[in-house]
Design a protein around this ligand. Structure first.
Ligand code: AR6
Length: 205
């Protein structure tokens, strides 16, 4: 893997810190601190629950900002599929959010890391990237899935998230050009930035 890392301060209106990792093929992974409902992309990823019934955290913020149409679509999906398994995701429109799609990913509840949590968390990111490719999505934003109410340790989750996304972006055939990790608080941003800087440093061009 060959990539370049840049730090940007005062990055934009809706976020104030950013780190950008650019791969040899020009695809980018960006870390920003901010509110995922405020940043324009093609697809926003939600940290949902298996019942797809909405909740607090980023899920609550996405439904509040996107409006009731998103839940109506989830009602229809629930009628058809029943639920969304942990480690997977379903797609809806984005209502009034600045995006075309919301991918509702169901991360694992963290027990001790030995109950399949890493594979399930990786599965969320992989499934969302697959949904993105199927829909011709070029830009996609992720929150730090499972690291809030579901209790996944931030550093472990950040490592899985960044490496899973990096592996996808390096593929020559990927249509996704830019992946944003939108980290809500400074601590989560710092964790992701430290891990990305350490784990990708050897590949800097
Ligand atoms: N933008 C970006 N990140 C956010 C935002 C936001 N607006 N709001 C919170 N976060 P959580 P989980 C961060 O609890 O752990 C819900 O009730 C937050 O700081 O939202 O996967 C669902 O319905 C944290 O770092 O999701 C499920 O029942 C991260 O998003 C359950 O919580 C994830 O925290 C899912 O738990």
């Amino acid at each position: 893997m060959i990539c370049r890392i840049r730090w940007k301060e005062g990055g934009g209106v809706n976020y104030h810190t950013a780190m950008e990792i650019e791969f040899a093929n020009g695809k980018k992974l960006r870390l920003v601190q901010g509110d995922i409902t405020k940043i324009r992309v093609d697809a926003i990823v939600n940290a949902a629950n298996s019942a797809l019934v909405g909740g607090g955290g980023v899920d609550g913020a996405i439904h509040r900002a996107g409006g009731p149409g998103i839940m109506r679509e989830l009602d229809a999906i629930r009628t058809q599929l029943g639920y969304c398994p942990t480690g997977s995701a379903v797609a809806t429109g984005a209502g009034s959010l600045p995006a075309q799609y919301v991918f509702h990913a169901v991360g694992p509840v963290y027990h001790d890391g030995h109950h399949g949590e890493p594979a399930e968390l990786e599965g969320c990111y992989r499934k969302c990237l697959e949904l993105a490719e199927e829909r011709g999505v070029r830009t996609i934003s992720f929150p730090a899935i499972s690291t809030g109410a579901y209790g996944y340790p931030g550093a472990e989750a950040a490592r899985i998230a960044t490496h899973t996304v990096a592996r996808h972006l390096e593929k020559p055939e990927t249509g996704v050009r830019e992946v944003l990790f939108v980290l809500f608080d400074g601590g989560s941003y710092d964790l992701h930035a430290a891990i990305a800087a350490a784990d990708f440093r050897n590949q800097i061009k």
